[in-house]
Design a protein around this ligand. Structure first.
Ligand code: PEP
Ligand code: MG
Length: 997
């Protein structure tokens, strides 16, 4: 989205003529680093095609598509010419809004500007403005368009009373991403107002993210104790946007003026939207998809307007236009500013209507519009790649199908990223999405297709019930029951029925209902809710499977290695660990939360193995090496034997590690490395102790918050933290204060949408915007701890200033608590409190020397530190496999951190996933790290690994690692070092250096 800042505005410019003005505009873009000098030619070429004068003294020069190569980065420069410049088309220009755009972002600016054109006296005010702010105010802040579209309209809802309609409408807004839970709560006590004709309005500005109007109609007019209800409208207002929602209310007025409220319950969504948009109920309507690559920008818009005027001249009716989706109403297709104001983009459906008694004239006028749009409005256009045929065979392609990728050959080894340690040998099962073939249209009639769909849904429900009865484990049963509930969702059926009535087949109608519901779900800010989209599609496929008699894939009952393209955290959580022996994904990285979950379930896993693994035939034997990150496909007998030996060795090693899990982790020469647990749930602290944890090195308190529907209050937090401290029985608890943001949203703490959430408001930056939340958390932690050892740790600190800002809160809360204690007991309390920061941003590592004097400890978050150092999103589908924490750049930052800390008497832990990487343990110990914090399951093995080291070899590993150029070199240098040590030391390292499979 393009936005304007005061720096983009240059006031009081003078030009001899329009070419000079254009030259100045081009120079401004070049000076701002937006374009090269060649862009000027593009601006001139564009003016030669047609004038970019918009109206009200504003012109919007921009380059031709050919000149986009000259754009360095998308941006805008606004030049004010107080005396005006005579433009080449005879208009007088006072403001040049010059755009350098790499794609069609300029449509946003255009859309915003066209709103300005409706206001009186704009050109005078723009010409005489003396401050950039005046121009900014005049041009108006870009606000999200108010929503009123297919996603916010629901027809034929089987409600029994007014309250059910209110909640259905509010839920519609929630699904469309306009409102949060607070809005739904406000609706519980809201009092709708009768507008007349059985149309009711309820409104609120609580927890509104974007203005929107939901309109819900009942199956038939409802007679209630409040009166008749034909439709209920629910308005979400954004107070800071003033009257931005007014057009939505005007749309409601249109309904009232039209009369016929009693007919509303019978309308389909499309018909209701048409009525709301102001389209006359008797108008003829056509729908055509816009194909222009850059949407309806000025040039094609002009052509469209011309076509509408021609239609008016020839057939005596000027067509109207609206977007099928979107919050705007009907506009005259002959008004350039109105047409531009729609901001139509490629792929959007334009709906033309013609209201005249003479049907033949209306049809002829509409045909002209369709022909003009299909001909490209003066531009060469390509059909949409994903345009579904409207008749004949329609196919739902399965995601991740690998028709053009070959399976790896027998006995080959596929390199991947080690994600969860352990080794598994088992036949594989590749989870492939099925392919369904069906006709998009049906000639059998809507009634027949409705009946088929009902039977399909019923059959799918029976299948699910059988699965629920067979399901092992509460979680599985719960998920399947949720699927059953989704199947019965009346909204899905109602949406499908609409398409059926328009001639779609049962399959096409059902899938389109599922797909649009899933897409609405995917748009939700709450990731957990967004993940439910996958469940919806699952449910959808089950019904399609019944309708097309296509069997759905089902996992074998026998032990197997699951191979899949990617897997979400919730999918991992529901894996049946008795059957799934190993996991291989084509995409993904080691620090994705799915990989973290696989580790906690103890399933050997590799990720990022590439698409070829999806082409492996089911039943092919695989060896998954979750330690070295490789998959052996159809292994030879000797390779298999070696792997079996390695597994036996590992089991032995694990058994031995388990036996000595309670002993401290001392290197062979007596150096103690503390091994502690990473936890997300305070209830798991006892289990961690049972596995040998010497404390908790990272309590991810945001998961404690996420487990509650709203921020837990002080008492709840004290209880939760107290639970962990009780279980730790005097062992230290490092509690990280809330680390929300990035990939961990909190539903009741809505965050503005950001282009780069990982570089935005997250961690301590976010917490400092709500100091009262941080304060309550610190109070709860200190109160729960009392005299027990508590370590407070701040996440995502970038430098000393942030530490200090957070520390002020800790010191204040601590002083208050101490004073209260003293007042009650006559003496200050005994406390064992330390304060530290996570080192997970390179700037914090680089300035560790300035932070160290003011902390007791550092804990290196290698997951984020690696992400920010290597500039690879840790959850990136394909790149995150390269986000290896054993990269020398990351290791150097850890070295700096350790040196700075030790110089000031502070200790250093590592709590990212690197701490449990078998190859990394020696390097970290060698770098001087004092504590390793790993998932509970890893504790015995990490302790055993430390015991196999001595400080001198660990330091040698660190030294060798630091001088390598890449992480691959680090890993192979460490391999060589281990091989060498193995030979030199006989059998003592045998168990570590398992033979490669
Ligand atoms: C890290 O970034 O390494 C870390 C431990 O924190 P999280 O994974 O929770 O972001
Ligand atoms: Mg982190």
């Amino acid at each position: 989205m393009l936005s304007l800042d005061r720096e983009d505005i240059l006031l009081a410019a003078h030009a001899t003529d329009w070419r000079d003005a254009l030259q100045q505009a081009a120079d401004a873009l070049v000076a701002g680093g937006r374009a090269t000098v060649a862009y000027r030619e593009g601006l001139l070429a564009r003016e030669a095609q047609s004038s970019t004068y918009l109206g009200q003294g504003i012109a919007i020069p921009h380059g031709t598509p050919d000149s986009r190569d000259a754009v360095l980065s998308t941006g805008v420069r606004v030049l004010q010419f107080p005396d005006g410049v005579e433009w080449h088309d005879g208009n007088r220009v006072f403001l040049l809004v010059t755009i350098a755009a790499q794609s069609d972002e300029h449509l946003d600016i255009l859309r915003a500007l066209t709103r300005v054109l409706d206001r009186d006296g704009v050109s005078e005010r723009l010409a005489t403005a003396s401050e950039p702010e005046q121009i900014l105010a005049e041009l108006g802040q870009e606000v999200k368009p108010a929503r009123l579209d297919a996603d916010t309209v629901l027809t034929g809802f089987p409600a029994r009373d007014r309250d059910e309609l209110v909640l259905a409408a509010a839920a519609r807004l929630r699904q469309a991403g306009c409102v949060g839970d607070g809005f739904i709560s406000a609706m519980l006590s809201a009092e709708p107002r009768a507008l007349g004709q059985g149309i009711w309005l309820v409104q609120s500005d609580q927890d509104v993210l974007q203005a929107g109007l939901a309109v819900v109609t009942p199956e038939k007019s409802l007679e209630t104790r409040h009166g008749r209800i034909n439709a209920l409208a629910c308005l979400a207002r954004v107070p800071s946007q003033g009257q931005h929602h007014r057009p939505l209310l005007e749309r409601l007025l249109i309904l009232l003026e039209d009369g016929g409220g009693d007919r509303l319950p019978g309308l389909s969504t499309a018909a209701l939207l048409a009525r709301l948009s102001g389209e006359s109920a008797t108008a003829q309507v056509v729908r055509v998809t816009l194909l222009n690559a850059h949407g309806l920008h000025a040039r094609p818009a002009k052509q469209l307007v011309q076509a509408a005027r021609d239609a008016g001249e020839r057939h005596g009716v000027i067509p109207s236009l609206r977007l099928e989706e979107g919050g705007d109403g009907v506009v005259s297709a002959a008004s350039l500013t109105k047409v531009l104001g729609l901001g139509a983009r490629r792929g959007q459906a334009l709906v033309f209507s013609a209201a005249t008694e003479d049907q033949a004239k209306a049809e002829a006028a509409l045909a002209m519009m369709v022909a003009a749009v299909q001909a490209g409005l003066g531009e060469a256009v390509e059909p949409l790649a994903d345009q579904r045929p409207t008749a004949g065979t329609s196919v739902i392609e399965s995601a991740g199908q690998t028709s053009d990728v070959e399976a790896p050959t027998a006995d080959s080894v596929v390199p991947a990223v080690a994600a969860s340690p352990g080794m598994a040998i088992a036949p594989c099962w590749v989870m492939r999405l099925p392919r369904f073939d069906y006709s998009a249209r049906s000639d059998a009639g809507a009634d027949n297709e409705v009946a088929r769909l009902e039977v399909g849904i019923q059959e799918a429900r029976l299948q699910l019930q059988a699965l629920v009865n067979r399901a092992e484990g509460a979680e599985m049963a719960e998920i399947l029951s949720m699927h059953e509930e989704m199947l019965g969702d009346p909204e899905l059926f109602v949406a499908a029925r609409e398409s059926l009535e328009e001639g779609s087949s049962a399959e096409a109608a059902w899938w389109s209902a599922i797909d649009s519901a899933a897409r609405a779900q995917e748009n939700l800010a709450d990731r957990l809710l967004a993940e439910r989209a996958a469940d919806l599609r699952d449910v959808g496929r089950r019904v399609l499977g019944v309708l097309t008699e296509t069997p759905l894939p089902s996992a074998p009952e026998t032990p197997h290695v699951l191979v899949t393209e990617d897997i979400g955290p919730s999918d991992v959580a529901r894996l049946d660990t008795t059957r799934v022996r190993g996991l291989v994904t084509a995409l993904g990285g080691a620090t994705s939360h799915s990989a973290i979950l696989a580790r906690s379930l103890g399933i050997p896993a590799v990720v990022g193995a590439g698409q070829s693994v999806l082409a492996i035939a089911d039943g092919t034997e695989l060896i998954v090496d979750g330690e070295r990150g490789r998959v052996s496909v159809a292994p030879s007998a000797s390779r298999r034997a070696r792997a079996e030996e390695a597994i036996a060795g590992r089991e032995q090693r694990q058994a031995a590690a388990w036996e000595s899990r309670m002993a401290p982790a001392m290197t062979r020469d007596g150096h103690h490395v503390e091994v502690v647990a990473n936890l997300g749930n305070t209830a798991h602290a006892g289990d961690a102790v049972e596995r040998g944890a010497e404390g908790v090195g990272l309590l991810r308190t945001e998961f404690v918050f996420m487990a509650h529907p709203q921020a837990p209050d002080l008492a709840t937090q004290i209880t939760q933290y107290g639970e962990a401290l009780d279980a730790l029985d005097g062992r230290p608890l490092v509690a990280r204060t809330l680390d929300v943001g990035g990939d961990k949203p909190l539903s009741y703490w809505p965050l503005p949408r950001e282009d780069n959430p990982f570089l935005g408001l997250r961690g301590i930056r976010l917490a400092l915007t709500r100091p009262e939340v941080l304060e309550t958390q610190v109070r709860a932690l200190l109160t729960a701890a009392g005299s027990r050892p508590i370590r407070l740790m701040f996440p995502m600190v970038k430098d000393l200033a942030e530490l200090r800002a957070a520390r002020v809160i800790v010191d204040r809360v601590r002083d208050e608590l101490d004073a209260a204690h003293e007042a009650e007991h006559g003496q200050p309390p005994q406390r064992d409190v330390q304060v530290g920061v996570m080192i997970e941003i390179p700037s914090a590592a680089l300035t560790a020397a300035s932070i160290a004097p003011e902390v007791d400890f550092f804990s290196v978050g290698t997951n984020d530190l690696t992400q920010y150092t290597l500039a690879i999103d840790r959850g990136h589908a394909t790149l995150s496999a390269q986000a290896d924490g054993l990269h020398p750049a990351v290791l150097r930052l850890i070295e700096m951190t350790v040196n700075a800390a030790h110089a000031h008497g502070a200790w250093v832990g590592v709590c990212g996933e690197l701490a449990s990487d078998d190859q990394a343990v020696g390097v970290l110990v060698g770098l001087g790290v004092d504590e390793l914090s790993v998932s509970s399951r890893q504790i015995p093995l990490v302790k055993a690994r430390v015991r196999e080291l001595d400080l001198a070899t660990a330091r040698e590993q660190a030294r060798v690692a630091l001088i390598q150029p890449t992480s691959e070199d680090v890993r192979s240098a460490l391999d060589t070092l281990l091989d060498h040590a193995d030979t030199a030391q006989g059998t003592s390292l045998d168990t570590l250096n398992q033979e490669s499979v």
